[in-house]
Ligand binder design. Structure first.
Ligand code: NAP
Length: 292
């Protein structure tokens, strides 16, 4: 079996170069510099890393970026006030509120408070509803990144059986909708699985395309994957590793070493879906700045 390892680093680099070129062109034409803000509530290490990577990516493509840091004990009311300010900030094209939020804050309320015009993470009900109806909208960044990956590698999807593990509102559910759409990549027969699914292995073994967003380290093993499948690993987990300078390394939801030899295509962790999520966020922000 010829194995291709999908490089989210390479694909995202290409997308970021295209965005940077477009930004330069737009500014030369007198258009504004795209501006993205990220709101970080609390001190969670992983969230800080993601937000910092997003801010750095903005700088690299010529965007303006603002980091709004709020204390772990910030009330829901205070966060909603902050969101109102960002909604009304005319220089700002888009913003994200990094999830997960501290337990005392209702994520649904926060997501719904973001103006759909600035919803570059694509989590607002209006964005998700438009996605369902095939109308132009901000697609959720992670599923959108996966779609770009499949496109870049010309991975056939029409008539294929796509199995998605996980039904979160930000990854699994929108992913299942996009893979079933009447377009490329899409036109799959989709099975969406979750914690109540019976005989999961029986189902994953039928997958031509297996998209894993379960949030359990190395959950998918070789005996769950069909020969020649495409496997997309969304999971990110930090595990302790004394040999690393920062004391940890990243692994995914898929046991990469044993699954990869069975695959036609597989996305690794790190260097797979993660960088694509950021590239999609930048793409959505550029769109938001143009269609203001
Ligand atoms: P989540 O909200 O925790 O959802 C996990 C899903 O997995 C749920 O739908 C759950 O089912 C399902 N599940 C749990 N145990 C299962 C089992 N034994 N069999 C089948 N399904 C099972 O996760 P998420 O937010 O989608 O994130 C998933 C992973 O992706 C995490 O590791 C996260 O860090 C990572 N992530 C990465 C990126 C990126 O940019 N690379 C972006 C977002 C998330 P129920 O609904 O029944 O509970």
């Amino acid at each position: 079996m010829n194995l291709t390892i999908i490089s989210g680093i390479e694909v995202s680099k290409k997308i970021k170069e295209e965005i940077a070129a477009q930004v330069k062109l737009n500014i030369a034409k007198g258009m504004k510099t795209p501006h993205l803000a990220a709101v970080l509530v609390g001190d969670d290490g992983a969230s800080k890393t993601y937000v910092n990577a997003k801010v750095k990516a903005c700088e690299a493509v010529g965007f303006k970026s603002t980091l709004v840091k709020l204390d772990e004990n910030t009330t829901e009311e205070k966060l909603l006030e902050e969101i109102k300010k960002l909604n009304n900030d005319t220089d700002l094209d888009g913003f994200i509120v990094q999830l997960p939020l501290p337990k005392h804050i209702n994520e649904q309320k926060v997501t719904q408070a973001i103006s759909p015009l600035k919803d570059v993470d694509g989590f607002h009900p209006e964005s998700l509803g438009k996605m369902l109806l095939d109308l132009p909208s901000f697609l959720p960044a992670t599923p959108m990144g996966i779609i770009e990956m499949l496109k870049h590698y010309n991975i056939p999807t029409e008539g294929k059986h796509c199995v998605v593990i996980g039904r979160s509102h930000i990854v699994g559910s929108p992913m299942s909708v996009l893979m079933a759409r009447n377009s490329y990549p899409g036109n799959c027969t989709v099975t969406l699985t979750h914690s109540r699914t019976k005989n999961l292995q029986e189902i994953t073994l039928q997958a031509d395309i297996l998209i894993v967003a379960i949030g359990k380290p190395e959950f998918v093993t070789a005996n769950m994957v069909k020969d020649g499948a495409t496997v997309i690993d969304v999971g990110i987990h930090r595990i302790e590793d004394a040999t690393k300078k920062n004391g940890f390394r990243l692994i995914g939801d898929v046991k990469f070493d044993e699954v990869a030899p069975k695959c036609a295509f597989i996305s690794p962790v790190p260097g797979g879906v993660g960088p694509m999520t950021i590239a999609s966020l930048l793409k959505n922000t550029l769109l938001a700045s143009i269609h203001k």
